[in-house]
Design a protein around this ligand. Structure first.
Ligand code: SAH
Length: 219
């Protein structure tokens, strides 16, 4: 992959327009909008996509996977309601764009990717080395990351066919999970809050379409 390395005024202008568009679409959390204004999304795509990187669309990142649409990233990040220094687990690192948006918001991020090639791209990529608050893992997100649990927040960025029980176990009391739920073409965005009593409270939001969350690792 050949990545752009320059963040020009043109890119910055397009980014500003994208963020204004997200605000109009209902993203009102300034911390989310500020983070997305800061992160050069075009760095996360091949330079072939330079012209379109700030359109509100998903793009291929190899291995049949995608970088989520900016609106989807903003929507999930807003629902997650993070605060600085929280421990957050992300399932589906992909391009690492969502991971960097969360890191810019000041959380301590643990992120898991099951595709070896995508994982390797990320840990070799110099740009990401400045984000010491992100830990990258190659593994199966259904298993979570028990060594670092519990997490204040868990974000799933692939279509989950069911609510993964091990991830619920790794959620702290009072913690929240944002999960696109559904095995078909369309998923319902859900937010699950683990109350202090351990009872799960579920809220249902808009429909989205994600690539599937798959079991096991891919070499
Ligand atoms: N957050 C990403 C979105 C990538 S698409 C971004 O900002 O670009 C979803 C990703 O989830 C894909 O890379 C896919 O390989 C990964 N994935 C699917 N099932 C998984 C699993 N069980 N564990 C970890 N990652 C998984």
């Amino acid at each position: 992959m050949s990545r752009p390395t320059e963040d020009t005024y043109r890119h910055q202008g397009l980014r500003k327009k994208l963020v204004q568009h997200l605000h109009k679409k209902g993203i009102t959390d300034d911390r989310v909008l500020d983070a997305m204004l800061t992160v050069p999304r075009h760095f996360f795509l091949d330079s072939a996509f330079d012209e379109v990187a700030y359109e509100d669309r998903a793009f291929p990142i190899g291995e049949g996977q995608t970088i989520s649409q900016p609106y989807t990233v903003a929507y999930q990040t807003q629902l997650l309601e993070t605060e600085p220094y929280m421990k957050v687990l992300e399932i589906g690192t992909g391009s690492a764009y969502q991971a960097v948006v969360l890191a810019e918001m000041g959380v301590q991020l643990f992120t898991i990717e099951r595709q070896k090639k995508l994982f390797d791209e990320n840990w070799k990529w110099n740009f990401l080395k400045q984000y010491s608050s992100i830990s990258f893992f190659y593994g199966d997100g259904f298993e979570g990351q028990p060594d670092y649990a519990p997490f204040d927040r868990i974000l799933i960025t692939a279509a989950a066919p069911f609510i993964p029980q091990k991830l619920i176990e790794q959620l702290s009391k009072g913690g929240k999970m944002v999960i696109p739920l559904g095995a078909g073409d369309v998923q319902q965005m859900m937010r699950i809050t683990k109350l202090d009593t351990g009872v799960l409270q579920e809220e249902v939001f808009e429909n989205f379409s994600f690539v599937p969350m798959l079991k096991g690792k891919n070499e």
